[in-house]
Structures are given as structure tokens and as C-alpha cells.
Ligand binder design. Structure first.
Ligand SMILES: [Zn+2]
Length: 118
């Protein structure tokens, strides 16, 4: 089955890499717990966790996302608030990385499945 829709949009919406319709993560979760991944796609029954340790590589994707967001925050701070002290720029970068950490965890796993589907 070919993935439906734009892959980047599907990654951002956390959709199955096989059918592009089923959700990869459970919707309702506690705010303080790590996002829980489904074992299989609800629509096409695609098994997400291919093998033990499969998602180890998603750490590199998560790292790349965090670095990108940090650099983007730094550039935006320097462009729009040039008089801002360097300490506050660093705090802003750390804040953005913290706020996006759980989202990056989810996006990195889904993106990793799109990069290495089998
Ligand atoms: Zn699916």
C-alpha cells in the first residue's frame, strides 16, 4: 500500500508510514507521562516496532530537530530583538527545546519510520 498524502504532513500529524491514515500514538495520555506508542496501525495493521532497538536511531532525528529549533530560536531572537542580552537568548533556546521535547520525541519516531520503513 502506498502512503496517502504528503509525507511531511503525515509525519507532523503522526500518521502511519504505511497507509498514512492510522495514528501512531494514543491520543489521550497523562501530561507528565511519556507518549505511548501503539503496537500496530488501527487501519492497515502495520507493525510499528520493527525489531528490538529499532527506535534507537530516532534519537539522532530528535537531536537534529532540537538543534534546528535551537538555531531557529537563536536567529529569530537576534533578528527581532537584537538588544536582547545573550543570557536571555540562551534561556529562550533552552525554553524552546524544553517545550518541544515531548513533541520531538513523537515526531522523531514517526520520521524515523518514514526514513527506514522496513
Ligand atoms: Zn497504517
Amino acid at each position: 500500500m502506498k502512503t496517502k498524502g504528503n509525507k511531511l504532513v503525515n509525519i507532523l500529524k503522526e500518521k502511519c508510514p504505511h497507509c498514512g491514515k492510522g495514528d501512531v500514538f494514543y491520543k489521550k495520555q497523562s501530561f507528565f507521562s511519556l507518549p505511548k506508542m501503539k503496537d500496530d496501525c488501527d487501519v492497515c495493521n502495520y507493525h510499528f516496532d520493527r525489531e528490538p532497538g529499532y527506535f534507537l536511531g530516532a534519537m539522532y532525528v530528535s537531536y537534529g530537530l532540537a538543534v534546528f529549533q535551537g538555531i531557529a530560536t537563536f536567529i529569530l531572537c537576534r533578528l527581532f530583538i537584537p538588544q536582547l542580552d545573550t543570557l536571555f537568548v540562551v534561556l529562550a533556546v533552552c525554553g524552546v527545546m524544553t517545550v518541544f521535547s515531548m513533541r520531538n520525541y513523537r515526531w522523531s519516531r514517526v520520521a524515523y519510520m518514514y526514513i527506514f520503513p522496513n
